[in-house]
Design a protein around this ligand. Structure first.
Ligand code: S3P
Length: 196
């Protein structure tokens, strides 16, 4: 067979030509209230051609009442139970972009599941931006009747070390939601740290 021509490899896929965005699986956004998880998530889903799910909206659908009403009528523990269930269900489905509620990644079980089944992105934002953004909506149960700056400052101290377990951290502060989407897409195209 020494006379055979060399195989033509011109049509074979080359690893450097594979689009790094084509097979990412589910992307989950975590971060404090006001970090833009839902708005950025919706735009990111559009940019990646994936469906979008908002965990809080799914919890509301499943419970037939608003997050505020669940907190008021059934308490936070019951909300967290629903949150755990809904996120597990969404993560068992097809690839999508998932906006989680600010407390979801704090739950050890949900955190482990998110890290296992999704690429977790932390939308990090500065306190002034968060305070300004949460002031647009008055229904967040953890902020009703409270000083938003104080609550968010305390949550930063408690939650930032946990959000830092995300695979990617994106500055979602002073820039627009579009800037955050661009930063995520650029980071997804680049090298990522392997799961801890
Ligand atoms: C919460 C954040 C809310 C919602 C609930 C609890 C939290 O979602 O899940 O009020 O613990 O930070 P957003 O982060 O979308 O506001």
């Amino acid at each position: 067979m020494s006379g055979d021509p060399p195989p033509d490899r011109s049509a074979a896929p080359r690893p450097d030509r594979v689009d790094p965005l084509s097979d990412l699986g589910t992307i989950a956004l975590v971060g404090l209230m006001g970090s833009g998880k839902s708005s950025v998530g919706r735009r990111l889903a559009r940019a990646l051609g994936l469906p979008f799910h908002d965990a809080d909206a799914e919890i509301e659908k499943a419970a037939g009442r608003s997050v505020a009403d669940i907190f008021a009528e059934r308490g936070e523990a019951e909300f967290r139970r629903g949150e755990r269930k809904v996120i597990a269900r969404l993560l068992s489905g097809p690839a999508h972009v998932l906006a989680t509620g600010g407390g979801a990644f704090l739950d050890a079980h949900t955190r482990a599941l998110l890290k296992d089944k999704a690429l977790v992105v932390w939308l990090q934002a500065d306190l002034a931006t968060l305070v300004q953004r949460v002031s647009r909506r008055t229904t967040r149960p953890l902020l009703v009747g409270k000083n938003a700056r104080e609550v968010l400052e305390a949550q930063m101290a408690q939650r930032h070390p946990i959000y830092a377990e995300a695979e990617l951290t994106i500055d979602a502060g002073r820039g627009s939601h579009g800037d955050a989407v661009e930063a995520i897409v650029a980071a997804l195209r680049g090298p990522r740290r392997t799961a801890a």
